[in-house]
Design a protein around this ligand. Structure first.
Ligand SMILES: [Mg+2]
Length: 114
């Protein structure tokens, strides 16, 4: 599935099961909520916080993947309702980064420590 197909799939899902999109403000708050859920997992799996219960590495990875998907879903809703073509914008974004940073990271001595 490409990104155009993904945006259409989300749009179809919202219209079939979600009735309509939440408004932009609500979806932006939901996006923050999902980023918070992702951050919570990262703080416990990669940061200094610990999990309350024993959880396997596989479960952690699965939960992180789920939160990443939640973030992408809500972000896609926002793109759809704001009439933003993510295929075009992602291409534009990588082109911008390539022009701006074409040798920035390669000449960063801090990245050569590992
Ligand atoms: Mg979530």
């Amino acid at each position: 599935m490409n990104i155009e197909e993904w945006q259409a799939k989300v749009d179809g899902w919202i219209k079939k099961y979600g009735v309509r999109y939440f408004d932009v403000m609500t979806n932006t708050l939901l996006l923050s909520e999902e980023v918070g859920e992702f951050s919570r997992l990262i703080a416990r799996s990669h940061g200094e916080q610990s999990f309350k219960l024993d959880i396997s590495a596989e479960e952690i990875k699965s939960n992180i993947a789920e939160e990443m998907s939640d973030i992408i879903f809500v972000l896609t809703c926002l793109a759809n309702q704001m009439d933003i073509d993510l295929t075009i914008e992602l291409r534009r974004n990588i082109d911008k980064k390539t022009r701006r940073d074409y040798n920035r990271h390669q000449s960063n001595q801090k990245l050569k420590k590992y």
